[in-house]
Design a protein around this ligand. Structure first.
Ligand SMILES: Cc1cc2nc3c(=O)[nH]c(=O)nc-3n(C[C@H](O)[C@H](O)[C@H](O)COP(=O)(O)O)c2cc1C
Length: 445
């Protein structure tokens, strides 16, 4: 069978363009209305997407006056979506820095039972500096410490998910035996950050373990992904950097003894679609015109750990001297590198940079016809830049509907994308192997 694309719908605000929430073509529903998310999940399932994804932040954005910086908690939201869909995978963000591993392991195992094996966890260490204030700390945990804690966190949650054998539950009313104690075991973890006895109090989930997604692209982030991730989200504004990332991460995974197809790489793509290229560009300008540059300036500051850009004029070409040294940024390190490579390459003014980032926060944005979008997708897929895409429609649901109605049929006609689901679980959609529990591991030793 020809290599197939993997497509995820990234549900965010009323679209990924910063001003999407104000545009008349975006949904009229409130962002706290579960019907908004249920509707998008059902549309993505109808388009045979592999999965949907809901991101998260653990602090309210300071620019909430001008932009919808609110979040329904992803795991809770996906539980509601799990019962209004049957095939589509669902990915929720959760933090290794501000969550207890026992709670998180239980929440995702439960969601995997509720969704009959369609759950994934987007592992984040929480780059947002202001999140620390909500978890007892004043100062942000350093980039290095976040990943060190994250590493031990992974050891604990994997051991907890593997603490039940698949056949541990007997549920025999006649004999009065519910489970086989010899098929459930404690983990007795004692580490630098965590002491967890286990076992988990939720039986082994349908996928064995939820699918693991990660999105950190710094050197540390890449090595973390190579060890743990089944799928990796990444942000690139040029095909060349996406190819470099792809080759590097597959090599790092191989060095961990993993096969290339065991780690799927999904760059973000935010396409504005029109019947003609001119129409698509006109629509893109229309949404850009709704932007408030001060929102962009605050967002840029967040990306650089709170660095103050308020003194910078909007229309003078930027230089690297206008930015802090990326190595000193404890926030989202790789994203600062994406931004600086853009400034270096195109000698942008602040207004132009904010215009770029308003599109999709440093992910690849484009405006064109359905054929042009399908050609771009096929090109990156065939040329070592992607195993699929994290689709980020600038306006929701309008631009997702266009993508499903116009681009998906083109990809299907080129035999690049499924016309029907062949599996029931996210692992099957992604073509991933089934992880062994601790019992099978020891049985096979
Ligand atoms: C598609 C995508 C989705 C992300 N979702 C979240 C999220 O929901 N919450 C979060 O705190 N960080 C999120 N991130 C940020 C990453 O988890 C990570 O912190 C960031 O890429 C910087 O990682 P690095 O410092 O290793 O480069 C996302 C990144 C990408 C590319």
């Amino acid at each position: 069978m020809k290599r197939q694309l993997h497509l995820n719908l990234f549900i965010h605000s009323r679209g990924h363009h910063e001003a999407s929430w104000r545009h008349p073509a975006s949904s009229p529903l409130a962002l706290t209305d579960i019907r908004y998310y249920q509707d998008l999940a059902q549309r993505a399932e109808a388009a045979k997407f592999d999965s949907i994804f809901i991101a998260d932040q653990l602090a309210l954005g300071e620019d909430v006056a001008q932009a919808p910086r609110i979040w329904l908690e992803p795991i809770t939201t996906l539980a509601a979506l799990a019962v209004s869909t049957t095939r589509i995978g669902m990915i929720a963000t959760a933090s290794t820095t501000y969550t207890e591993p026992f709670n998180l392991a239980r929440q995702f195992a439960s969601l995997d039972h509720i969704s009959n094996g369609r759950t994934a966890w987007n592992i984040v260490t929480s780059w947002l500096a202001t999140a620390a204030r909500n978890f007892g700390g004043a100062a942000q945990v350093s980039h290095a410490d976040r990943y060190a804690r994250g590493e031990e966190f992974m050891t604990v949650v994997k051991a907890l998910w593997d603490s039940w054998a698949e056949d541990a539950v007997v549920d025999d009313r006649q004999s009065g035996r519910y489970a086989r104690p010899d098929r459930i075991r404690p983990i007795d973890h004692c580490g630098d950050f965590y002491r967890v006895a286990g076992p988990l109090n939720t039986p082994r989930c349908p996928q064995g373990r939820p699918v693991l997604v990660q999105a950190g692209s710094s050197d540390t982030g890449r090595r973390f992904a190579a060890r743990h991730a089944d799928a990796v989200f990444t942000a690139h504004m040029a095909k060349a950097t996406a190819q470099e990332f792809y080759a590097d991460l597959k090599a790092l995974a191989a060095a961990e003894g993993r096969r290339p197809e065991e780690v799927l790489i999904l760059p973000g793509l935010s396409p504005m679609i029109g019947a003609t290229a001119a129409e698509a560009q006109r629509l893109a300008r229309e949404v850009d015109d709704l932007c408030d540059p001060e929102v962009g300036r605050k967002r840029l500051s967040n990306r650089f750990g709170g660095h103050d850009f308020s003194h910078l004029p909007m229309d003078r070409p930027l230089t690297l001297a206008d930015f802090p040294d990326p190595g000193s940024v404890e926030a989202a390190r790789s994203r600062t590198e994406v931004i600086l490579s853009l400034v270096r390459r195109d000698r942008l003014t602040l207004r132009q940079l904010l215009g770029y980032l308003a599109g999709a926060r440093g992910h690849f944005t484009t405006a064109g016809t359905p054929e042009q979008i399908a050609d771009l997708i096929e090109d990156w897929f065939a040329d070592g830049a992607a195993d699929g895409f994290n689709i980020m429609p600038p306006l929701l649901p309008a631009q997702f509907d266009l993508f499903s109605a116009e681009v998906i049929p083109l990809l299907q006609r080129r035999s690049l994308f499924r016309t029907e689901y062949t599996g029931k679980t996210l692992r099957e959609h992604y073509g991933l192997h089934w992880p062994k529990s601790a019992f099978e591991e020891s049985a096979h030793d």
